[in-house]
Every structure is written in structure tokens, then in C-alpha cells.
Design a protein around this ligand. Structure first.
Ligand code: HEC
Length: 141
């Protein structure tokens, strides 16, 4: 009986320690899921140097004014924007291919984003947007 009690206390203490180590259960900030037409897509040019180079040229032309040369969200146009451009160095480490492809294609004119991020759909091809994703991955810290 004494032994059972001891075991019970050990289990209780251990679970408290494990829960505390997990951050007390505070919910992580979650990004919305890409819609069905984008969900599950993966980058056909992942880690390909020539695609990253091509994406870098597109990025300098079409994205750096807001997101900044290194993706930190500090381009010359950023100060005037609300919400501010995202830090793509963080996005590159955190977000899935389908999410990045969706956001670059469709931009910010939708819930819950409601931002000035321009859509590239109809302007850039799928391949060009994947080149951008390949480049953005190189910005990850
Ligand atoms: C007019 C300014 C502007 C331009 C130009 C722009 N963006 Fe954005 N972008 C934003 C803003 C503002 C946000 C943050 C709000 C949002 O998520 O829509 C954003 C968000 C994003 C996100 C989502 C990141 C995340 O953490 O959720 C990605 C990816 C992105 N931009 C990539 C690009 C790429 C690639 C280009 C160039 C093709 C580009 N943006 C051009 C303003 C811009």
C-alpha cells in the first residue's frame, strides 16, 4: 500500500514537470490552412541553386520594396503599411511550401490577412512563384 502511494506521487510529480516543460499548454500561434486548390503542393525546385538565383531576381523586382533585401520586412515601402510586411526569414523557417505558394499567388486581399501584399496570380507563372519560394528558403536564419 505504501509502495502504491509512493508510485502515485512519483507519477504526479513527473507529469507536473513534463507539463511545465511543454510551456504550460499555451496555444502556439497558428497560421490558417491553405485552401484545397493549394493544400499539399510542394516545391518542384526545392534547394536548386538556379531556381534560387532566378527567384532572387524576381524578389528584388517585386518583393524587396516591402519585405526588404534580406526579407526582414524593412523595405522602403514598409513604414507606410499596416499590417507590416512579414519577416520572410522567419516565414522561411516556419511555413510549408503550400502556404508560401498560396500567399504569394493570392496576396493579402482576403481574410484574415487584409493586407496590401499584392497577388502574383496571372502575373507570374507557377514556376516563377516556386522560384520565389526557393529563394525565400535561402533567407531562413
Ligand atoms: C506592397 C507591399 C508588399 C509587396 C510588394 C509584397 N508583399 Fe508580401 N506581404 C506584405 C505584407 C504587408 C504582408 C503581411 C500581411 C499578410 O500576411 O498579408 C506580407 C506577407 C507575405 C507572406 C506571408 C508570410 C507569413 O509569415 O505569413 C509571404 C510569403 C510574402 N508576403 C511573400 C512576398 C513575395 C514573394 C513578394 C514578391 C512577389 C511579396 N511578398 C511582395 C506586403 C508586400
Amino acid at each position: 500500500m505504501k509502495r502504491t502511494f509512493f508510485l502515485l506521487i512519483t507519477v504526479l510529480v513527473l507529469s507536473t514537470v513534463i507539463l511545465a516543460a511543454c510551456g504550460g499548454g499555451a496555444p502556439a500561434e497558428t497560421e490558417p490552412e491553405p485552401p484545397a486548390e493549394y493544400a499539399g503542393k510542394t516545391n518542384p525546385f526545392a534547394n536548386q541553386a538556379d531556381a534560387a538565383t532566378a527567384g532572387g531576381v524576381l524578389y528584388a523586382e517585386r518583393c524587396a520594396s516591402c519585405h526588404g533585401a534580406a526579407g526582414a520586412g524593412d523595405g522602403p515601402a514598409a513604414a507606410a503599411l499596416d499590417p507590416k510586411p512579414a519577416d520572410l526569414a522567419v516565414a522561411a523557417g516556419d511555413l510549408a511550401d503550400d502556404f508560401l505558394f498560396w500567399r504569394i499567388m493570392e496576396g493579402g486581399a482576403m481574410e484574415p490577412f487584409n493586407s496590401s501584399m499584392p497577388a502574383q496570380k496571372g502575373i507570374l507563372t507557377d514556376d516563377q512563384v516556386w522560384q520565389l519560394v526557393t529563394f525565400i528558403r535561402t533567407l531562413a536564419k
